[in-house]
Ligand binder design. Sequence first.
Ligand code: NZQ
Ligand code: ZN
Length: 388
Amino acid sequence: MFNFDFYNPTYIVFGKDRLDELDVLVPKEAKVLITYGGGSAVRSGLIDRIVKALGNRKVEQFGGIEPNPSLETCERAVAFIKEHGVDFVLAVGGGSVVDATKLIVMGATYDGPVIEVMKASVPAVPVEMVPNPLPFGTVMTLPATGSEMNNGAVITYGDGKYPVFSNLIFPKFSMLDPTLTFTLPEKQVKNGVIDTFVHTTEQYLTYPVEGRIQDRFSEGILKTMIEIGKETVENPENYDIRANHVWASALALNGLIGAGVPQDWATHLIGHELTATYHLDHGITLAIVLPALLEVKKADKLEKLAQYATRVWHITEGTNQEKADKAIAKTREFFESLGVSTHLKDYGLGEEAVDKIVKQLEAHGMTQLGEKGDVTPEVAREILTRAL
Ligand code: NZQ
Ligand code: ZN
């Protein structure tokens, strides 16, 4: 097992009918800014309920944060905060609202353009650059990204999507009420199932390092998502099924399963280019890229693929090669069983898209991806060609 640091200070408030507890979670004297997305939280009445729960506090609102949030939107929110003065931010929405809020709380206390914070953000925004971001909490409405319990964000700028990290942007708390996700369009539930699944494989399907605990946590998440994925799409208001999805999403990307083990992330980084260029939903890009990537990288991932086959899919017969092939086929079938195609052509994309994405990866310096840094643009071409 590799050496690792594990730090996760986010306070989780899980379950239904707990919105009133915002009155305890949000500092009493705070002037609060509620950030939200394109309006689903207004239409469902959630924003009104939150304002009520916040009682006598002064509350401002900043809506209109778009999926795959842009730097420009974050800049507008920062300008709003600098003009109105805010002590606490409450993000209400999915990964996009929470991610944007993470950059906003840093930008609001930085004495310069927000883009400087973004550009300094890998591997992490230097603490001396933004020592005191505004505190923020979340009311999560979409189980998928894990942003509710991690230190990362993904921001769209120009023709790319860029990660932002800082240990100072963990939410102070996240309220995870599965019933707030019942209004999700079916497509977003499918995206959420796939995102949760692929966050887990990115940290599990690499090479063995005797991370037995991490492996078994990962296998537990994968098996749970296979068990509940279709059901939570088809029966969105089955509380216990959705509750498992919500908790799995938080656990899949809160640092726990990735501590001390190699991590891949090539599927995500190739997927980000597909989103930035062709506006495909994040979850859909993962369904397209992962099965093809596993096929191309099968030899390097063979031991873990065989373990995945046996422990997650109960494939016990055959050589490691045969087990790996079957497990990859099962993975593709799982995504397809949710009604999500794993082929570029089904989204109207052909050979020209392969060329374009390879060029974008090069332009963005994404030339050494994967757990061994060997997913070069040429390997990415092979993956995307298989995904046609
Ligand atoms: O904007 P509104 O009107 O609220 O509608 C949203 C949006 O259109 C809707 N929605 C959310 N909750 C709803 C709802 N509609 C009805 N009822 C509800 N309860 O869903 C749509 C998609 O929302 P979005 O927040 O964009 O989806 P998601 O949570 O999948 O977030 C995707 C973003 O997160 C990034 C992705 O790259 C993408 O930009 N990621 C962030 C990560 C992180 N911070 O750690 C890791 C992930 O791998 C991912 O990259
Ligand atoms: Zn993801």
